[in-house]
Structures are given as C-alpha cells and as structure tokens.
Design a protein around this ligand. Structure first.
Ligand code: NAD
Length: 353
C-alpha cells in the first residue's frame, strides 16, 4: 500500500493509472479536489478496490495521522500542490498554504508515523517529494543545464513555495533521519493536463477557433518530458533512490515555447484540419509577457540515468503526437473539465468551496 497525495491532478492521476497498470499494490489517493483536481481522470478505476480515494488536505494532521495508522503505507508520494505560475502571481497565498504549510504538516505526520515503525518496515519506508526544476531559477542561453548542485534561485511565488517545501523535506532528513527522496522535474505534458497550461490550452483553443496566446516573443525555453516518463522516473527513484538524495528528471528536450505551439498547430493541421483549409498557426496571437518570466530552464538528468538507469521512453516528437491524438480522442473529458458540470458535481459531493 502506498499513499499518494494530489493524485486527482495531472501528474498524480497519470502516476496512479500507471502504477495500477503495472502492480496490484493498492493506492490511497488523498486529494483536496481544488479546481485542478478531477476524479474523472481516474474514472477507469471506478469499482477497482486497489484505488481508495480520500477527500482531504495534506495540512490536516488528524486526517493524515489516521490514514497512516489505519493503512500503514510503505511509502508516501507527495504530488499535492498549487502548481500554476500565473495563479501564483495573482494570488500567492494558497501556494504558501499548501506548498509550504501543507508540506510541513504532512512531514510532521509522516515523521511521527515513521517513528512508530520498527525493523524492516522502518528501513523500507520512503517519503518521496515531487518538485520542479523552477526552483533553480533561470538560465542564460549558453549556461549548462541544471544539475542537482545548482543553487536554488526561485523567481515566482510558485517556485519559491516549492523551493521552501524542498528545503523542509531536506531538513527532515538531515535533522530527523526521515528517509526522504526529492525529484526535480522539467515541464510535463500528456493526457489529463488541465487546459490552462501551454500545450492543452493551445490544442483546446485551436479546435475552438480561439486565439492561441503566446507570451512575449515566445522564445522562453523549457525542457519537456512526456508525463508517463516522469511517472516511470518516480517509480524508479522510489524503488532504488538513496534516502536524502535529490534527482533531476528531464527529457533532454529544450524547446522555445513558439516552437511547441507551431508543432501543436502542425499536428492538428494533419490530424484534424480546419474546415476553411487555413492552418491553425494563423490563430497565434502574441500577448504581454508574464512578469518575472524565466527565460530558460534546462535539466541535466545524468545522475538519475547513471545511478538508477532511468531514461525517457518517448522523444518529444512521439510524445507530442500521442498527446494531440489523446486530446482529439477525449473531447468529452475536455468539455467536462471546462464546463461548470464537474465543479457542480464536486460541490454536491463535498460541499461548495
Ligand atoms: P495539478 O495542479 O494538476 O494537481 C495538483 C493536485 O493537488 C490537484 O489534484 C489538487 O486538487 C491537489 N491539491 C492541491 N492542494 C492540495 C492540498 N492542500 N491537499 C491535498 N491535495 C491538494 O499539478 P501537477 O501538474 O499534476 O503537478 C503535481 C506535482 O508535480 C506538483 O507538486 C508540481 O509542483 C510538480 N511538478 C509539476 C510539473 C508540471 O509540468 N506539471 C513539473 C515538475 C513538477
């Protein structure tokens, strides 16, 4: 049994689907169901006893204490976070509350639980914290990619809150000996991605005939990784990572945003051409840049490859093709996420927020 937090979100849902496709070890999924949490992404597991959903907050000590005592998971994987940079600029408070204070409470519960374990169970227990390359700040075009030793220089409220949580996780290892693992991953893309992020937003807007908003000159460079490759890296780190270590995870796929948008448009032109025969790229609209927008992130994933033998299965070309195909084939999921219908369902089940 493992406890996974935030598994109704984009990466967490992919992780649980992948996990249960490869193993019968049950998963408890603790998620607050914010606007980003969507149980519809896990509807293929309806009725599957290996997936137990619990509606709650990582900052709720009493709830986490009870879950740990009752289910005695061998590991906790922490995906739960506020994750959207733009939202952190307009309203940073939720980011501090969940990413910093919430992670602190989760760590406290896990530390208390770990203290009750003995022998093999204690030695095998792991707390894996899922983090981002954005904690390292921005790179100049000629700088080498981020290694695990790069100083933390977060620039947005989102990345600062993730950096704070990484430091807490690190401190719980050094101070209390808690067997923690941290992964810092580059931008993910793939199925079940909430359509406020670049790739799904472009696909959804393109098909709806809306403008494709590109920040500034579109030359911000990101490293892109297919979400299932991130999931396999997390499984590998959980299995073989050394407690107290951090592992950078990336796809060796540095691309400027405008190239991503043009690639998405070209794939849509091929798979679902516009009725008027024009290309989707004609919908691209440049908009005012995001304040403090980091220019370039790039990950050096040598350590996880060398020490744990992990490498991505997809190239950007194969992964982006699968992603565009998935969105075309799953319009019902997109419509449900975009309409008020899903929100009303959550409010009915769990009370309006
Ligand atoms: P997401 O926003 O899609 O999902 C986050 C999930 O956490 C949602 O289901 C939400 O309901 C839940 N949640 C939020 N606050 C909570 C709380 N207080 N208690 C319990 N659940 C809560 O995010 P994502 O893109 O799936 O990212 C998951 C993790 O991976 C985050 O920690 C993020 O920082 C990290 N990460 C993301 C990327 C990326 O490209 N998306 C890259 C590297 C790292």
């Amino acid at each position: 049994m493992i406890l996974v937090t935030g598994a109704a979100g984009f990466i967490g849902a992919n992780f649980v689907l992948d996990w249960l496709a490869q193993s019968d070890e049950p998963v408890i999924n603790l998620d607050k169901l914010t606007y980003a949490g969507n149980l519809q992404s896990l509807s293929s597991l309806d009725g599957d006893a290996r997936h137990v959903f619990v509606h709650g907050d990582i900052g709720d000590r009493a709830l986490i204490d009870r879950l740990l005592a009752e289910h005695r998971p061998r590991a906790v994987v922490n995906f739960a976070a506020e994750s959207h940079v733009d939202r952190s600029i307009h309203g940073p408070e939720d980011f501090i509350q969940t990413n910093v204070v919430g992670t602190f409470h989760l760590l406290e519960s896990v530390r208390a639980h770990w203290g009750t374990l003995e022998g093999e169970a204690k030695a095998a227990f792991r707390f894996l914290h899922v983090s981002t390359d954005e904690v390292y700040g921005t790179l100049k075009p000629t700088d080498p990619p981020f290694t695990e030793n790069h100083p933390y220089e977060p620039n947005s409220p989102y990345s600062a809150s993730k950096a704070a949580s990484d430091h807490l996780v690190r401190a719980y290892h050094h101070t209390y000996g808690l067997p923690v693992l941290t992964t810092n991953c580059s931008n993910n893309y793939g199925p079940y991605h909430f359509p406020e992020k670049l790739i799904p937003l472009m696909i959804v807007n393109a098909l709806a005939g809306k403008p494709l908003p590109v920040y500034g000159d579109g030359m911000q460079v990101r490293d892109w990784l297919f979400v299932k490759d991130h999931c396999s890296a997390i499984r590998r780190v959980l299995e073989a990572g050394t407690p107290g270590e951090t592992y950078n995870v990336g796809g060796w796929n540095e691309k400027p945003n405008i190239e991503i948008v043009n690639t998405v448009c070209a794939l849509l032109d091929e798979m679902s051409p516009r009725a008027d025969g024009q290309g989707y790229a004609t919908q691209i609209t440049y908009v005012k840049d995001r304040p403090g927008h980091d220019r370039r992130y790039a990950i050096d994933a040598t350590k996880i490859h060398r020490e744990l033998g992990w490498k991505p299965a997809e190239t950007f070309e194969t992964g982006i093709r699968k992603t565009v195909r998935w969105y075309l084939d799953n319009q019902a999921w997109v419509q449900q996420v975009q309409s008020g219908e899903y929100r009303q369902w959550v409010d009915k089940q769990y009370g309006a927020k």
